[in-house]
Design a protein around this ligand. Structure first.
Ligand code: CP3
Length: 339
């Protein structure tokens, strides 16, 4: 197995900087769209041979150094009792969101092996068919809570914040429940053989640093200590430059950053506590090759003092991205970091 990615996660020396792309299996790939013509997104996630097929597509096409399990952070919510739909135009919709203490009491605890057997089976198929490490993942509790309370995506997260500030006990009970289930879900992925875990905290940045440290960080800490470094953990919080001083104490092996901060500055603030992942603006892939090369080089140079660096975009690749630019970016990271 090409273990460059795992070495970088552990802060060991590598021959070149490993690279993978958030949402690397997705709508910018014609091969993915072809599979999606036959099945909707939820069916794709629940059909192991198809989920494995689309997980593998970017490995062959882009030559990235890690695979990420094809699924979604909202997949474990169905067995908890939520009616989940992925609308082509509106994204995820939860038809029975949480608003009262009674709603929370009705939620079920999951048994991942029984309730999400397709995830375990997809991992099994992948381990037989790939030669790079496989990343498993889950949403961080606060991010998952926003979907459960809002019923989907949101602009100002009023319902979430209203529950947090008006019914704090209920909110924290929900956070406990999500955390318990996330731990079980991640441990089942690790048992099935994933080599690393990424926690996606897309909406961490909507909280004040004080509220983040009080109402979100303790639950992330609980997940990280339950995994107990059995595999490296990447904690990626979007829009989190103002939270780095709090995030650095998490004891995650890798901290993912978006593009709103110079990587050299993030490294200064994180010190040698963690490796760093990121941080190209996904829109740079709409520029010409010269621009991509310049910005890749800038990030590689900025990351020289890091304990370890995994190259990635600062958020998911956009569906409109030209595939040849993504291929060029991966090649450029490899070539420039080798010399
Ligand atoms: O990275 C990968 O290639 C692995 C698969 C993956 C998906 N979603 C597939 C997906 C992963 C790791 C996720 C994580 C995820 N899902 C996050 C955290 C990361 C982030 O982007 O901030 C969030 C917030 C979600 C929830 C979600 N899923 C939204 C808001 C949407 C709609 C918006 C969109 O991009 O379409 C989805 C749908 C989704 N998840 C798609 C894919 C490939 C598109 C579905 C399709 O094929 O139509």
């Amino acid at each position: 197995m090409n273990d460059t990615f795992l070495k970088a996660c552990r802060g060991e020396k590598t021959d070149y900087t490993p690279v993978w792309i958030m949402r690397q299996a997705g709508r910018y790939l014609p091969e993915y769209l072809k599979v999606r013509e036959k099945v909707d997104f939820l069916t794709l996630c629940k059909t192991p041979h198809l989920a494995a097929e689309v997980t593998i597509q970017p490995l062959d096409i882009l030559r990235v150094d890690a695979a990420i399990l094809f699924s979604d952070i909202l997949i474990p919510l169905e067995p908890m009792g939520f009616k989940l739909q992925f609308s082509e135009t509106k994204g995820p919709i939860i038809h029975n969101p949480v608003s009262t203490a009674d709603d929370i009491k009705r939620l079920r605890n999951i048994n991942p092996e029984e309730d999400l057997p397709f995830v375990i089976e997809t991992i099994r198929i992948l381990l037989k068919n790939i030669s790079v490490p496989l990343i498993g993942f889950a949403g961080a509790p606060f991010t998952v809570a926003t979907y459960l309370i809002e019923g989907g995506s949101s602009k100002n997260f009023l319902k979430t914040k209203r529950m947090l500030y008006q019914s704090t006990e209920d909110f924290l009970e929900l956070m406990e429940l999500i955390t318990d289930n996330t731990i079980k879900y991640l441990l089942s992925q690790i048992k099935a053989g994933v080599h690393a875990i990424q926690l996606f905290d897309t909406w961490a940045g909507i909280l004040t640093p004080y509220d983040f440290s009080k109402y979100s960080l303790p639950y992330i800490k609980r997940i990280i200590s339950a995994i107990d470094h059995s595999v490296p953990i990447i904690y990626f919080a979007f829009n989190s430059s103002s939270l780095l001083d709090l995030i650095k104490n998490l004891s995650a092996e890798v901290i993912g950053i978006d593009w709103r901060i110079e990587i050299s500055n993030a490294i200064k603030r994180l010190g040698k506590t963690a490796c760093v992942q990121g941080n190209l603006d996904p829109c740079i892939l709409f520029g010409d090759e010269e621009l991509i090369k310049e910005r890749v080089l800038r990030i590689l140079k900025g990351a020289k003092k890091a304990k370890g660096h995994i190259f990635n975009l600062g958020h998911g690749i956009l569906p409109e991205t030209p595939v040849n630019k993504a291929i060029f970016m991966v090649e450029t990271v490899h070539n420039l970091s080798m010399s």
